[in-house]
Design a protein around this ligand. Structure first.
Ligand code: ATP
Ligand code: MG
Length: 256
């Protein structure tokens, strides 16, 4: 059974950086490959992971050609397999753009089934979502081991995180844990930020530091695969977020 870790939060808060950083760190800890899912139509997770990809699930959904005698379910299943891009110890699945005006209910149902079957092959699945929560519940009926809500070091971003955490409860998601990830967090944090953060309800909160290497990689269009070992973002992620993720993956979060 795989652990589903879903990343959400306000636009620009660092969802993709945290999702990629987490996947890259988990690769060093787990034996089998990890599935990284880019569920943002503005797909940038592949760049952050340094994994090229050529097709999306949206293309599978829209492909209408089907050889005579082949069931639609088999075409979808095959398409989903084809859409998985393989990196070293990390597989990447890009969802692509959301539905157009047509009705894709039947094919969406098939897609969700194929996706869930594929996801179960992995010990861990990390989903980089677009800002907001609306789509996650449509994509999976599996339990989400943790929702990681990313916030930047502003009260506006913290308020958005609070909202996402609240909405998650109303979305009908089967959600086990909620983690507030305070990204680019100053140390020490000014009182107004600390106060706002402390007033948000979550099972765990994690502080990740600002890194000039991360900013530089984005600026140059490089992946996050070559952050130096002593990079502040990488170190804080490994010290504080990775152990929580491993607890969830190995079912050790009962004691939380
Ligand atoms: N820990 C960090 N240190 C330095 N810069 C960071 C850090 N985290 C994120 N950034 C910067 O913040 C910007 C946004 O990051 P990212 O793309 O990961 O956010 P996002 O939430 O995925 O955005 P979007 O909503 O557009 O998908 C990038 O320019 C990135 O360099
Ligand atoms: Mg992003």
């Amino acid at each position: 059974m795989s652990a589903l870790l879903a990343v959400s939060g306000k636009g620009g808060a660092g969802k993709t950086a945290v999702a990629a950083g987490l996947v890259l760190s988990l690769r060093e800890e787990l034996n089998g490959p990890i599935l990284a899912v880019d569920a943002d139509p503005n797909s940038t997770l592949g760049d952050a992971l340094g994994i090229p990809w050529s097709t999306t699930l949206a293309n599978v959904r829209e492909a209408t050609d089907r050889p005579a005698g082949v069931a639609k379910a088999d075409v979808v299943e095959f398409g989903v397999e084809q859409a998985v891009a393989e990196g070293e110890g990390i597989d990447l699945l890009v969802m692509g753009r959301p539905e157009g005006p047509g009705c894709y209910c039947a094919v969406n149902h098939l897609l969700r089934g194929s996706l869930q079957r594929i996801a179960r092959r992995y010990e861990a699945v990390v989903i980089d979502n677009e800002a907001g929560m609306e789509h996650l519940s449509r994509r999976t009926t599996d339990e989400v081991a943790a929702l990681l809500v990313i916030t930047g070091p502003t009260v506006v971003s913290l308020r958005a995180a609070r909202q996402v955490l609240r909405l998650a409860q109303d979305e009908g998601l089967r959600l086990r844990r909620r983690i507030l990830v305070m990204n680019q967090w100053p140390s020490p944090a000014p009182a107004h930020l600390a106060q706002e953060a402390d007033s948000i309800t979550a099972d765990r909160r994690v502080r990740l530091l600002h890194s000039s290497h991360v900013a530089d990689a984005y600026e140059r269009g490089h992946s996050l695969t070559h952050l130096p070992p002593r990079d502040r973002f990488r170190e804080s992620l490994r010290a504080d977020l990775v152990p929580l993720a491993l607890d969830l993956i190995r079912g050790r979060d009962d004691a939380w």
